[in-house]
Design a binder for this molecule. Structure first.
Ligand code: AHR
Length: 795
């Protein structure tokens, strides 16, 4: 039991911020050994140009292919149209598209050379990846080269060797020269590839050694002869990958994950599981086999997934990391933030079979169809698959039915697996059996400080939690120490409730320096560098200092403000949620709405009418831009008479305030008045205040204590999210502690401090010894710090 009491600042005689009494002989909730894991999704070039070792972009020349039914219009990729299961409306989305002839590659001609390039599907080497590039050299002049710039440049290291694989066809025998070129145009590596001129595809490998380092090299295929030459696949791969796997991971990037010692790894996502439309979902079967035969898929985050880091590589990676595998399956539902396409329950049976096949591939006997395929791919032993998540962020009655269908089918065949529902805290009423749910938190710091206690009173007999995606990503720059402090606060609550919170994974995991599709990400990658934000070190500190169980602790902490409370300044917007709702006479501060930012004291008024089918209206305020990357959203006028406030972040809505009764009735006009207050809001209907909200004070200091049975140590975690030092008084009862503790601290001077590529270790954990302690002692922790105190103990 943790007691978080309010100590009145006025009456407190002792200048101590945290009073704690820790019972060394107690044994509160156990903490799962598998608590901390890793969530991988192909977003922000996490894999392509990131974790996955391939150095060339568009090696297979498939990047210009798009899903069947899509088109390119005005430089955008336009999806096919589907009915969105979330909104019930027809939906079509416009996405980022690279409209060059052959993305990643360009032709360079010197002197009087003349040549052109064209993509073709004729005479494919692999029918599954049919596109190849035809280079037609009309006149060789002073040289024709096909250049690949990698992913914003190629990083090579002096004396390192790289494996080249090329699938080439030519009518003329010739020797291609393959070169690495640095950004001054100098050749820093050279290799040759002999081609027989018999017009048959040849599939060859050779090595290239870099004679100098460069973080911005290019790869050149020099073509000496006139005539046509075809390239189906050209790959450049480091030989020194993580665990030396041939189709493996970039070593420095994989080591960042390795040093988190994750207990599980989730794949393939995220929204990419669902797809823009169903035919755009990740199809794990197509990720198997020879990398050159994999078709890849347009990734809903705006670039192509080559499928190089596929299901088999993911399972290998789990094995290398000694982590359990978590596979997320599509339930016949596309991402509702995209088209939200669904299929019929009948057609969903194929998706169930697909999930069963995936499981069979990972753990089935080698006599089974997919188990045999695994063995043929070189891995007869089963992989450590333990978790299957049914869907990703799907919801509503269709999901409920699908969940039940998938759960029954998978559980009947694989009772040993843990099945996870993609629902959040509330689970779903229609689901027959839920073992575990996956609530997501992408929130501002304040929310994590509050939610550090969210699990304390959750019923113990319902289901377990896998917090599959969480990060503080709102109002924290690119991810500063304030974000890390709030996440650490939240984690103290998760560990304290280890009996129900079983697993956690921060998301998203990676961001390439040149592609940020999500506001804040854990690990940053450039071509030759990889660095962790302060949140990364929080993950590492918590996963490396995981107690076996909690100790009963009485903790007294005073709630307080983090900084001056402020009204939420920003643009305002009204939006009806369907055709059953209308509004008129909108004024802001008595005038017709104008396009400027509003804050404290602003009064928004309008008349609202809805019928009994209505989903209501949303009033957004505090929008930092004219979009929903950050805003608060009051939902009113719902047919079921409730009002809620959501927090909008990056177009996603996260419940912020609980439901209140809403008195708007059907088929008559009501006058609505909404006032933005200094630290909240007031909402009235027809002159009567319905809901007044003032942001309460919450804790800014957090403590969790547990016992590590292996090391026989007490582990105390203290988070101080204030700019001032935090003094704590410790009283250990019913046991003895050693007189020396090891303290690991992560801290920053300012809340806005962040690690950057220039200063990757500005915020970095360091260790200290704390001497002369006894069962009762005081200690003062640094401002803006996360601390882990370990001390030997006997009880
Ligand atoms: O992590 C980024 C995205 O956030 C995931 O794809 C999705 O599951 C969530 O909305």
């Amino acid at each position: 039991m943790i007691l978080c009491g309010l100590v009145s600042r006025m009456s407190a005689q002792i200048p101590v911020d945290i009073h704690t009494e820790i019972d060394l002989s107690s044994h509160a909730a156990d903490i799962s050994k598998g608590m901390y894991g890793v969530f991988f999704e192909e977003i922000n070039h996490a894999g392509e140009g990131g974790l996955y070792g391939e150095l060339l972009q568009n090696r297979s020349f498939e990047d210009s292919q798009f899903p069947v039914g899509y088109k390119v219009e005005d430089g955008k990729l336009v999806s096919s149209i589907a009915t969105n299961y979330g909104t019930g409306r027809q939906s079509q989305v416009h996405l980022k598209w690279n409209d060059t002839v052959c993305p990643g590659w360009n032709l360079e001609t010197k002197g009087k050379a003349k040549a052109n390039i064209k993509l073709t599907n004729e005479d494919p080497y692999f029918n599954t990846a049919p596109t190849s590039l035809c280079i037609d050299v009309h006149s060789k002049g002073d040289g024709v080269s096909l250049i690949n710039n990698g992913f914003w440049g190629i990083a090579v290291q002096k004396n390192a060797t790289y494996r080249i694989r090329a699938i080439v066809k030519s009518g003329k025998s010739q020797i291609l020269v393959l070169r690495l070129i640095n950004d001054e145009g100098k050749t820093i590596g050279k290799s040759k590839l002999k081609i027989k001129g018999n017009s048959h595809w040849i599939d060859q490998e050779c090595m290239i050694k870099a004679t100098a380092s460069s973080s911005n090299a290019r790869f050149s295929v020099d073509i000496p002869s006139e005539g046509k030459i075809y390239l189906d696949y050209v790959s450049l791969f480091p030989t020194d990958t993580y665990k030396k796997r041939k189709n493996g991971m970039r070593k420095d990037v994989a080591l960042m994950i390795d040093s988190l010692k994750p207990k599980f790894l989730r794949w393939p996502g995220g929204c990419v599981v669902e797809g823009i439309t169903l035919n755009n979902r990740i199809k794990w079967k197509e990720t198997l086999g020879d990398p050159a035969s994999r078709p890849g898929e347009y990734d809903l985050w705006g670039y192509r997934n080559s499928y190089g880091y596929g299901y088999h590589e993911f399972l290998d990676f789990c094995e290398d990391l000694e982590a359990k595998a978590m596979f997320v399956c599509n339930v016949g539902m596309a991402c509702t933030g995209q088209t939200g396409e669904t299929c019929s329950d009948e057609d969903a049976k194929a998706y169930i079979q697909d999930a069963l096949d995936a499981i069979e591939y990972a753990i089935g006997d080698t006599t089974t169809l997919w188990g045999k395929r695994r063995a043929n791919e070189g891995h007869p032993k089963p992989y450590p698959l333990q978790f299957v998540e049914i869907g990703n962020e799907n919801f509503g009655p269709i999901y409920d039915r699908r969940y039940n269908m998938f759960y029954q089918a998978i559980k009947a065949k694989y009772p040993e697996l843990t099945l996870i529902s993609n629902y959040g805290m509330d689970g779903s009423k229609e689901a027959k059996q839920i073992e575990m749910v996956d609530p997501h938190w992408y929130v501002e710091p304040e929310r994590f400080f509050r939610d550090a206690y969210i699990f304390d009173n959750f019923p113990r007999n319902k289901y377990k939690f896998y917090v599959g995606e969480y990060s503080c990503n709102d109002g924290v720059g690119s991810g500063n120490i304030l974000a890390a402090l709030s996440e650490a606060a939240f984690l103290t609550g998760c560990e304290r409730n280890g009996d129900i919170v079983k697993m956690l994974s921060y998301a998203p995991l990676f961001e390439h320096k040149h592609d940020r599709s999500w506001p804040v990400n854990l690990i940053w990658i450039s071509n030759d560098k990889v660095m962790g934000r302060s949140s990364y070190y929080v993950q590492k500190m918590f996963s490396q200092n995981l107690p076996s169980y909690n100790l009963i602790s009485k903790v007294e902490i005073s709630p307080e403000t983090l900084h001056e409370q402020q009204a939420d300044d920003g643009y305002i917007m009204l939006k009806t949620l369907d055709n059953n709702t209308e509004y008129k006479n909108l004024t802001v501060n008595g005038k017709e709405n104008s396009d400027k930012k509003y804050g404290e004291g602003t009064v928004i008024e309008f008349d609202l009418k809805r019928n009994k089918e209505s989903k209501g209206l949303t009033l957004y305020w505090g929008m930092i831009q004219h979009d929903l990357k950050k805003a608060l959203a009051l939902n009113i006028g719902h047919k079921e008479h409730f009002a809620t406030v959501d927090h909008m972040s990056w177009n996603n809505a996260y419940p912020y305030l609980n439901k209140e009764v809403d008195s708007i009735t059907s088929n008559e006009w009501h006058h609505v008045k909404f006032t933005i207050l200094y630290d909240g809001f007031s909402y009235s209907v027809d002159g009567k205040e319905q809901w007044k909200y003032q942001t309460p004070l919450v804790n800014r200091k957090f403590l969790a204590a547990g016992y590590d049975t292996n090391k026989q140590e007490v582990v105390v975690k203290v988070v101080n999210a204030k700019d001032t030092p935090c003094s704590a008084s410790f009283h250990f009862t019913n046991g003895k502690i050693a007189n020396k503790a090891i303290l690991t601290t992560l801290k920053a001077i300012h809340k806005t401090d962040e690690n950057t590529f220039e200063q990757p270790r500005l915020i970095y954990p360091y260790e200290d010894v704390v001497d002369n302690i006894s069962e009762q002692f005081n200690y003062t922790f640094e401002p803006n710090s996360v601390n882990i105190l370990r001390v030997k103990c006997r009880h």
